[in-house]
Design a protein around this ligand. Structure first.
Ligand SMILES: Nc1ncnc2c1ncn2[C@@H]1O[C@H](COP(=O)(O)OP(=O)(O)OP(=O)(O)O)[C@@H](O)[C@H]1O
Ligand SMILES: [Mg+2]
Length: 269
């Protein structure tokens, strides 16, 4: 099987757990795995230490995103492609997994269209058009590079950054990066590991839901999770079999989700 697994920054605060790493090691024997990681909260923390307070904007659709000016993009690169990516790579290698860390700009792995303008909604619901900064939407995945690495038994560990048409590094969303990669590779499963057990609707954890059903309740899903559900729909649309949203802590977090024992399964039907 081909699996794309996104490690939420929410579960990487103390580095990837040994349970998670040993699960990845066991799964990698039988499957091809591409990892994508998050880490936004750590970027915010380190930016504050550097005296660069981060600004967030909310889109009319309710997405919250970092306002990424040039300096913020530099800090994002240092923390995400530097610190966090290398910590994951080192943890995997310490268990004998041949991991290769790369950001979306390496080997032109991810190409994106830079957002020229963004619409930001303030607390009173007023809309304002602002300059897009260094953020983008992925338009192309270099699947050759990933397949080359997988073919030689390397596990790619991808930082959600992308190259613009003008060769600027852009900040792209981690969940949607994982969805684009899963879609481009026609992965069997996209697994989104986070700090909650899965999707909760009206206070109840959901075990299984279809794409059609989840679209109807999208507006009731809070920030963080709604990005995952949008990413899940994008992946399913591109031919991924199923999307699993589950907790990254606990025993064998990925294997148990693949067996549908834990977490939420989102599929076309
Ligand atoms: N309906 C919902 N069901 C479950 N969780 C929800 C829901 N609505 C909002 N959430 C929130 O979504 C959060 C997960 O998304 P979040 O972006 O915080 O983590 P992450 O994606 O794992 O980390 P990162 O964004 O750094 O990669 C949960 O901690 C939870 O509080
Ligand atoms: Mg998130």
């Amino acid at each position: 099987m081909l699996l794309v697994v996104k490690l939420g920054g929410s579960i990487l605060r103390e580095g990837a757990s040994s349970e998670l790493i040993s699960d990845l090691k066991a799964l990698a024997k039988e499957n091809n795995i591409v990892l994508v990681h998050g880490g936004g909260a750590e970027v915010t923390e380190i930016a504050a230490k550097l005296g660069k307070e981060q600004k967030f904007i909310v889109s009319p659709e309710g997405f919250r995103s970092r306002y990424t000016d040039k300096e913020t993009m530099e800090i994002f690169t240092m923390v995400m492609a530097g610190k966090i990516n290398k910590q994951i790579v080192a943890a995997l290698q310490s268990q004998g997994v041949l991991a290769v860390g790369l950001s979306g700009v390496d080997g032109l792995l991810l190409k994106a269209e830079r957002k020229k303008r963004l619409i930001a909604v303030d607390e009173r619901g007023r809309k304002k058009v602002i300059e897009g900064g260094y953020t983008g939407k992925i338009i192309e995945v270099n699947t050759n590079l990933l397949q080359f690495l997988l073919g030689k038994d390397y596990m790619p560990v991808v930082t959600p950054m992308a190259m613009s048409e003008e060769f600027e590094s852009l900040n792209v969303d981690g969940d949607r990066t994982a969805a684009s990669i899963a879609g481009a590779l026609k992965a069997d499963s996209l697994v989104l590991l986070t700090d909650v057990k899965g999707l909760v609707l009206k206070g109840k954890p959901i075990q299984k839901i279809t794409a059609t059903e989840v679209k109807e309740v999208l507006s009731s899903i809070g920030k963080g999770m709604s990005t995952k559900v949008h990413a899940a729909l994008e992946a399913l649309n591109q031919g991924v079999n199923e999307v699993l949203i589950t907790s990254g802590s606990g025993k064998q977090p990925i294997s148990s989700a693949l067996k549908h024992e834990y977490g939420t399964v989102i599929s076309c039907e």
